[in-house]
Design a protein around this ligand. Structure first.
Ligand code: DP6
Length: 332
């Protein structure tokens, strides 16, 4: 017997960052975060629970993955299998749709698509906010990719794992876009998982991060409600920079900036000097993401291409939440 589910999820970029866990096993964050889902990058995943299988397998873009990767997936599948009447091994097939050389292959879209596919294949059909408590257990940021547009991931209370979930805030259809400046497409040297752990354990700035992330979030939610782009952008930039400052204070220090990241940051400031509202944010890697008006993206690309090759500039509009796909969509 085969139980099949196929889902697509897009990646998301945090505007209020998630950095630090209060519970590693349950992926409970130290602070609530807020993101924008992007339409340019997504993952399609097919899960087949099959009673004829004798082990789990995981294929990414057609290639069988190593034991370590497969084990991560198997552990995630178990969250669903624990709720199923019978235990079936599974074949998991994923296709990452990320523009070539973007260096943005993201665990957010990966685990959101996997959660969506498991939800269908297992027959559990959990409501999406409850599903977000499962997606979180693959990778924290993936919990936000279940929804489109602006999304909040509520940190929840204490050790109550079910209260930490994502919810939709706004579809971001008010002239919002993002330009990604690809500085380096290599795999990051310090994973976000390790980076946040070291920061929580050693950075003297960490308590200030947690404290100010709260006010940043409250103010950003107001800005979104008021469709106040300038305030949204300013908080995005200060919050992202504060996260990196917190890491620089860790022991040993963690620095994701490369020389070209700084160059990109200068260019974003220059865009503002030209009168174009544009604000930067960076994650656990050297690439710079520019939050802007969608209608300004052609001009921004034109300005940035004076410094960066056009192949390193990727534009994206806001994306939608997780969707289910048919076998016909998958074959195509
Ligand atoms: C800087 O979600 O990749 O992108 O939960 O350990 O898998 P794990 O970490 P991950 O961390 C994302 C960190 C970030 C900020 C964010 O997306 O909020």
């Amino acid at each position: 017997m085969k139980l099949i589910g196929i889902a697509r999820a897009h990646t998301n970029i945090a505007l209020i960052k998630y950095w630090g866990k209060r519970n590693k096993e349950l992926f409970l964050p130290m602070n609530s975060s807020l993101s924008l889902t992007l339409d340019a990058f997504y993952t399609d995943t097919k899960v087949t629970f099959d009673d004829a299988l004798t082990e789990d397998s995981f294929l990414l873009n057609g290639e069988a993955q190593a034991v370590e990767e497969t084990n991560k997936i198997a552990k995630f599948l178990d969250l669903f299998r624990q709720q199923m009447p019978e235990y079936y091994y599974a074949k998991v097939e994923s296709l990452n749709f990320v523009p070539t050389a973007a260096g943005l292959a993201s665990s957010a879209s990966a685990f959101a698509a996997l959660a969506g596919a498991c939800n269908l294949a297992s027959g559990l059909n959990l409501p999406i906010d409850e599903l977000s408590t499962y997606a979180r257990r693959g990778s924290g940021s993936s919990t936000r990719s279940l929804f489109g547009g602006f999304v909040e991931w509520d940190m929840g209370s204490d050790s109550d794992a079910s209260s930490s979930r994502a919810h939709f805030i706004d579809d971001a259809s008010w002239d919002i876009g993002m330009v990604i400046i690809v500085v380096n497409n290599q795999k990051k040297t310090v994973s976000s998982r390790l980076g946040m752990e070291q920061t929580v354990a050693t950075s003297p700035f960490y308590p200030a991060w947690v404290e100010t992330a709260k006010t940043d979030l409250a103010q950003m939610k107001q800005a979104i409600q008021a469709k106040d782009f300038k305030t949204l952008g300013e908080i995005t930039e200060t919050n992202g920079m504060k996260m990196h400052a917190t890491m620089l204070g860790a022991n040993p220090p963690i620095c994701y900036f490369e020389p070209e990241s700084i160059l990109a940051q200068q260019q974003v400031r220059q865009l503002r000097e030209l009168g174009i509202p544009a604000y930067m944010t960076m994650d656990a890697g050297p690439n710079v993401k520019v939050l802007c008006r969608a209608s300004d993206m052609p001009r921004i690309k034109g300005e940035l291409s004076k410094v960066f090759d056009e192949s390193r500039l990727i534009t994206s509009l806001p994306g939608e939440g997780v969707i289910s796909l048919s076998e016909a969509d998958w074959e195509a």
